[in-house]
Write a protein that binds this ligand. Structure first.
Ligand code: UDP
Length: 328
């Protein structure tokens, strides 16, 4: 039996960490990526097919050549603000191109898919921590695009027998503990890499998006989860689909950290000051997002190895030191 797994977006941040985990578990991850936001250097654990998801011929050839036993689907646009100003781009890629992928799976008889979803499907939380039964009410096109695909996957399951797991990530952070992989977005918008840059370069202060939220220190609270722990969940989800039809699971640590908590934790790990300035609130930011990941633990047997913020920051810092060529 083929041990190939097709990984769309396998050259990206979470995708490449998942390819490493797949390789360690004896699979061959076949990365399908247009390298628009992914990186060739991140494809270290199996072949790269450089193509766009909208290229149905390239997708078909890929299924013919590699006969993957399952798909892990990361390829998507993921900037919330951009999704508001250019929703067409998000619906074309995240929705229409994903349907093309599902059609290719039907054509070639591939029946298992693990889908990158997001806590953005919940919108503004009514209760915390968030469980999977919380209503889905996205507040931006990015969240809607992920929500639509979750529904489409359910309908494809009922009609065509396609099995799926949707993994709802909270805030992915950190880097490969061995230093092989890490975060490299352009533009970078995420808190931890920007805060690390602010302490590295010293000159450009970090802007904190709002200090007047209804939280103890006035800054937004998020649940940060190590990217290696996210990667591990994808393998477990693929295994889960051998005996189960579908599932939706939150992936987070269940601990809420404010922006100022993160700044303080970075100060402790790096021993360096971070210059920051208060800015206005960012549109579309809920004040608090914290996961209840109990279901993933019970059903998938998932257990995060790096729940400590110190590890998350340490690994991100070491990666930045190596990748950007300075001494942490
Ligand atoms: N944030 C911030 N300044 C930045 C980037 C992020 O204050 O330059 C805040 C943001 O408002 C949110 C948290 O940090 O409350 C995490 O944001 P990030 O963009 O990393 O992830 P998101 O929560 O949007 O998925």
């Amino acid at each position: 039996m083929s041990r190939n797994i097709l990984v769309t977006g396998g050259a990206g941040y979470i995708g490449s960490h998942t390819c490493k985990a797949l390789h360690s578990a004896g699979y061959i991850p076949v990365t399908f990526d247009n390298l628009v936001s992914g990186h060739k250097w991140a494809v270290q654990w199996g072949p790269l097919v450089r193509a766009d998801l909208k290229d149905r011929d390239a997708l078909g050839l890929c299924f013919e050549q590699f006969k993957p036993e399952g798909v892990i689907h990361f390829a998507a646009f993921a900037y919330v603000g951009e999704s508001v100003t250019d929703p067409a781009k998000y619906y074309a890629n995240n929705v229409a191109n994903t349907i093309g992928l599902l059609e290719a799976m039907r054509t070639y008889g591939c029946r298992r898919i693990v889908f990158s979803s997001t806590c953005a499907v919940y919108g503004i939380p009514k209760v915390l921590p968030l469980t999977e039964s919380h209503p889905s009410a996205p507040i931006n096109p990015y969240g809607h695009s992920k929500c639509f695909i979750e529904q489409i996957l359910t309908d494809y399951g009922t009609a065509y027998g396609l099995r799926h797991v949707a993994l709802r990530y909270f805030n992915a952070a950190g880097a490969d503990p061995d230093g092989d992989l890490g975060e490299d977005h352009d533009p970078e918008t995420h808190l931890i890499p920007l805060a690390l840059r602010a302490c590295r370069h010293g000159t450009r202060p970090l802007t904190v998006f709002g200090t007047d939220w209804d939280t103890p220190d006035g800054t937004c609270i998020r649940d940060y989860i190590h990217v290696t722990d996210l990667a591990a969940a994808h393998l477990l989800a693929m295994g889960y689909l051998e005996t189960n039809k579908d599932g939706r699971f939150n992936l987070g640590n269940g601990n809420g950290y404010s922006v100022l908590d993160i700044i303080n934790a970075i100060r402790e790990v790096t021993g360096q000051e971070i210059r920051w300035q208060a800015g206005s609130r960012r549109a579309g930011d809920p004040s608090r997002l914290v996961a209840d990941a109990g279901l993933a633990k019970r059903e998938l047997g998932w257990s995060p190895c790096y729940p400590d913020m110190t590890d998350i920051i340490c690994h991100a810092w070491q990666w930045m030191a190596k990748h950007e060529g300075f001494l942490a």
